[in-house]
Design a protein around this ligand. Structure first.
Ligand SMILES: [Zn+2]
Length: 247
């Protein structure tokens, strides 16, 4: 049993007993972990208020052998997630980030860039940043980091380049754009605009901040939101709980 230090974002806290909780943490160093926090529910417990949903904290835990819960021994709060004012859309966006981190990653499978992305998006949400754009950035950049990105400029079936202009066929099941030859006979194909595809390309770019320059007109924004709803639900095999709360 070894003692490990990590930087973590709190994804979930559930009551375990009168005094203890079980928490799910997404750590930068070890990926997702589940740990028992003894005394976490006592008023002056050892973790003070660090185990707050979406809080960013430094933790120490004892890593147990496979199957058993890890044991949290220390958690120091660095930053709490507090949406500005009474902005529920910002709060729901934060919950959605937690849900996707939980669903898209495996235990002990670290992805430092994904951790940094989540941290950045949560900080910007808390500062009152553009909620719907930040949600799209998180979804698409997370898919890029995890290797689940749909094909955006070559036909996912035959590899032919597909221009991001006019209306383009996008196959939900095959995961990407389809050329004129390949789209016929496919199920679950939607038509999206070239400008929406261009926006998606910018949102997935991990090297630049070009997504900040995107000016999505309401129609494209609605089109992209609808596309991501379907795509994420297809990929997970079920509809994320927070989808109905994202406008
Ligand atoms: Zn094709």
């Amino acid at each position: 049993m070894s003692s490990e230090k990590a930087t973590a974002i709190v994804l979930k806290v559930v009551e375990f007993s009168e005094t203890s909780s079980i928490c799910t943490l997404f750590t930068r160093e070890f990926g997702k972990i589940h740990a028992l926090a003894k005394g976490a529910r006592r008023p002056k417990g050892p973790f003070e208020s660090a185990l707050d949903l979406l809080a960013y904290c430094h933790v120490v835990f004892l890593r147990k052998s496979s199957g058993a819960l890890d044991l949290l021994t220390e958690a120091k709060l660095q930053r709490r997630f507090r949406p500005p004012g009474r902005d529920l859309s910002c709060l729901y966006a934060g919950y959605y980030v937690a849900e996707l981190l939980t669903e898209l990653t495996d235990d002990y499978d670290p992805h430092a860039p994904l951790f940094d992305l989540a941290d950045q998006v949560l900080q910007e949400l808390a500062r009152g940043g553009p909620v719907s754009l930040l949600v799209l950035r998180f979804e698409l950049a997370a898919l890029a980091i995890l290797g689940h990105l749909p094909s955006l400029n070559t036909c996912v079936e035959c590899g032919t380049p597909v221009a991001q202009a006019g209306r383009v066929a996008f196959g939900m099941l095959v995961g990407g754009v389809l050329c004129a030859n390949c789209k016929s006979g496919k199920r679950q194909v939607v038509s999206i605009s070239g400008s929406t595809l261009q926006a998606m390309t910018a949102l997935t770019d991990l090297q630049t901040e070009s997504w900040r320059e995107i000016n999505l007109e309401p129609r494209s924004r609605g089109e992209l939101r609808g596309l991501m709803r379907n795509y994420v639900a297809h990929m997970l095999g079920h509809k994320p709980r927070m989808h109905e709360w994202l406008s």
